[in-house]
Design a protein around this ligand. Structure first.
Ligand code: FAD
Length: 375
């Protein structure tokens, strides 16, 4: 009898799980449940919708034909429950599964009592981008809460759409977890040059109507208050199923959850206590989950991750250890630094033009000699 592999979630993790499952098992019935009313799309391209640079068709990962060719049944309905070995979907259907992959992703995180209503929202889905588009007119002030990769990228698109953008960062520097101090400072200068106001050490205490209240008592008004301070994994189904869940669904390196035959991957999953929230990792984990759900034996290895951002008119790259000995250069083209131990590169930062990302990535992962990179 044919196996039925059910994948819940049509993000990159779910899609790559379905693809990998098909590769592993040409015969199985594969169902991919997707809660959004669009074909599975590239989530990192969602900000492009703000300025009409893309639409859901343009950012779709695959055409409808792909699902037909691969014999993957794409069901555009949310899974509401998993009971007695069956998934129960919002369209009322029930399907029994042999194995199940939870790739339910995550949603924007809001602090304390702040709810995503009125002007308060995140930017994660096509629907979020359209909501912003509808809410805003050229010249409107927008407050972006969060000076991380996604906040700065959203700020860039909002600025390009003609908004007056202020970024609030609770810490003392932009991307301060990814960059070194000089890199953070340079990025702040680039943001200001780009026409975006940056407020550091600005901690949000509450929202009142269209205003954000800071801990120091200051009040900042915006037509939209965009929160970009992280992601919360969608774990509701997993919790209801009684799976082990911390911040996200607990899985091992084979993407197996605490229940046999049930896998999880991507933003919904955590491996060794880490919930990565990154595209390539979600894709890789999805492929491992899908392969194993179809009877294969794949293992996911955590890579050394480079942080990459194209925003504020510059390229930002950070990878590896950013402590110890450093050689650096700063000029009109930007700030570049290599961290090394006895001449072998262990980390790199680049904020500026023409970043040789592939070269830096290779240099850090292979601990190349300093002589190999021209700053
Ligand atoms: C604006 C933005 C920009 C980003 N840029 C980058 C970047 O430059 N580089 C990078 O590495 N990462 C980036 N990321 C992060 C990256 O996009 C995510 O890590 C990745 O998309 C996670 O994929 P996923 O499939 O696990 O989850 P998601 O993309 O969240 O997809 C999960 C899908 O499952 C659906 N779903 C949830 N529950 C159910 C259910 N019960 N039934 C059916 N469907 C369900 C959801 O509707 C969603 O479509 C970005 C994220 C955002 C929001």
């Amino acid at each position: 009898m044919k196996n039925t592999i059910v994948v819940v979630g049509g993000g990159v993790a779910g899609l790559s799980a379905a693809q990998a499952a098909r590769k592993q098992d040409g015969e199985a019935r594969i169902l991919l449940y997707h809660a959004e009313p669009y074909l599975p799309y590239y989530r990192p391209r969602v900000p492009q919708l703000i300025i009409g640079e893309a639409d859901p068709d343009k950012i779709a990962v695959k055409t409808e034909q792909f699902y037909r060719d691969q014999n993957i049944e794409l069901i555009q309905s949310p899974v509401l429950a998993v009971e007695d070995g069956e998934v129960v979907a919002g369209d009322g259907s029930r399907e029994a599964y042999t194995t199940l992959v939870l790739a339910t992703g995550g949603e924007s995180f809001f602090p304390g009592n702040i709810e995503p209503e009125g002007p308060v929202q995140g930017l994660r889905t096509v629907a979020d981008a359209y909501k912003l588009q509808e809410r805003l007119c050229v010249g409107d002030p927008v407050i972006v809460v969060g000076g991380g990769l996604l906040g700065l990228e959203a700020a860039t698109y909002l600025k390009r759409a003609g908004m007056k953008v202020t970024v609030l960062e609770g810490e003392s520097g932009l991307l301060n977890r990814q960059l070194d101090e000089d890199g953070s400072r340079r990025l702040e200068e680039e943001a200001e040059n780009f026409g975006i106001a940056v407020r550091l050490n600005a901690r949000v205490s509450a929202v009142e109507g269209h205003a954000i209240l800071l801990e120091d008592g200051e009040k900042l008004e915006g037509a939209a208050l965009l929160f970009s301070i992280g992601m919360r994994a969608n774990t509701e189904l997993a919790r209801k199923m009684g799976l082990a869940v911390n911040r996200a669904v607990v899985v091992n390196s084979a993407m197996e959850t605490s229940k046999a035959g049930v896998y999880a991957a991507g933003d919904a999953a955590e491996v060794d206590g880490r919930n990565y929230g990154l595209f390539n990792i979600s894709m890789e984990q999805g492929a491992v989950a899908g392969t194993n759900a179809a009877g294969g034996k794949a293992v996911w290895q955590p890579p050394v991750i480079p942080y990459v951002m194209q925003a504020l008119g510059v390229q930002t790259f950070a990878m590896g250890e950013l402590t110890g000995e450093r050689v650096q250069k700063e000029d009109a083209k930007g700030y570049r630094a290599l961290y090394h131990r006895e001449g072998r590169i262990v980390g790199a930062v680049w904020v500026g033009e023409k970043c040789p990302m592939a070269l830096l990535r290779k240099a850090v992962s292979q601990n190349a000699s300093l002589a190999e990179i021209q700053l």
